[in-house]
Design a protein around this ligand. Structure first.
Ligand SMILES: NC(=O)c1ccc[n+]([C@@H]2O[C@H](COP(=O)([O-])OP(=O)(O)OC[C@H]3O[C@@H](n4cnc5c(N)ncnc54)[C@H](OP(=O)(O)O)[C@@H]3O)[C@@H](O)[C@H]2O)c1
Length: 209
């Protein structure tokens, strides 16, 4: 699959490098394709990867992952004239200063993304675990869980395939409005890992009997 990742930070690097190593055609979307940071990422990811600016990458890729800080999301989306037909995987969390959710209650960041990127099929995914777990989601030999939600069955199937390729077990929580629960769940991970200091080697696993 051809996948563009917007943002070359912790999440963009983790997902992009792994998918490239698994044989996907990865485009790293960055404000500075020539930077030393981006050149290092391209070298780690291996053959067949490219770095582009946001407008040209959106034209080139049918699947676009949002992996920027929340305060950059609206302007990044606004720099692409037409989102129709794109699959947008929203890995962001709408975090305001002080580890607070900037959007909550009867709204979510993902629903806001869907309004901004009108015409796209938006899936919320990769927001409820740390970037290190995206590189290695296996704990004690067992897959940890990637919760996803969205309104398009096709977009969720593709997102599930991409998450399973990394080693996650996928749990589909339902329509995009379920992001109202997945974004607060990310805050639970952040509280445990960072605020309480358990460290980033923690992950959620759904068990069933
Ligand atoms: N870190 C985690 O473990 C984790 C886990 C799950 C979800 N998330 C969420 O995923 C998103 C990304 O997190 P991260 O830790 O990867 O962030 P990060 O390391 O701060 O990187 C974000 C990247 O976004 C780009 N960026 C930053 N400001 C921008 C702006 N004003 N306009 C356009 N692009 C900008 C930068 O890439 P360029 O310099 O190449 O443009 C930057 O490297 C956040 O919303 C976060 O809440 C994070």
């Amino acid at each position: 699959m051809r996948i563009a990742l917007i943002g070359t930070g912790n999440v963009g690097q983790a997902l992009g490098v792994r998918w490239a190593q698994l044989g996907h055609e990865v485009i790293f979307v960055t404000r500075d394709p020539g930077s030393e940071k981006v050149q290092k990422i391209l070298a780690e990811a291996g053959a067949g990867v490219r770095a582009m600016r946001v407008g040209e990458a959106a034209a080139a890729a049918p699947i676009i992952v949002l992996a920027t800080p929340w305060n950059a999301v609206q302007s990044v989306i606004g720099s692409v004239p037409d989102w129709s037909g794109k699959i947008v995987i929203d890995a962001t969390n709408p975090i305001a200063p002080g580890f607070q959710l900037a959007v909550s209650g009867d709204n979510s960041g993902a629903e806001q993304v869907a309004r901004w990127a009108a015409g796209a099929q938006v899936v919320k995914a990769f927001n409820t675990t740390g970037a290190e777990n995206m590189r290695d989601p296996i704990y004690n030999g067992e897959a940890t869980t990637m919760f996803i939600c969205g309104d398009s069955a096709e977009a969720k199937a593709i997102t599930s395939q991409l998450a399973e390729a990394l080693g996650f077990m996928v749990a589909d929580v339902g329509p995009l409005t379920a992001a109202r629960y997945l974004e607060p769940l990310a805050m639970v991970w952040i509280r445990l890992a960072i605020v309480q200091g358990r460290g980033r080697d923690i992950a959620f696993r759904l068990v069933q009997r």
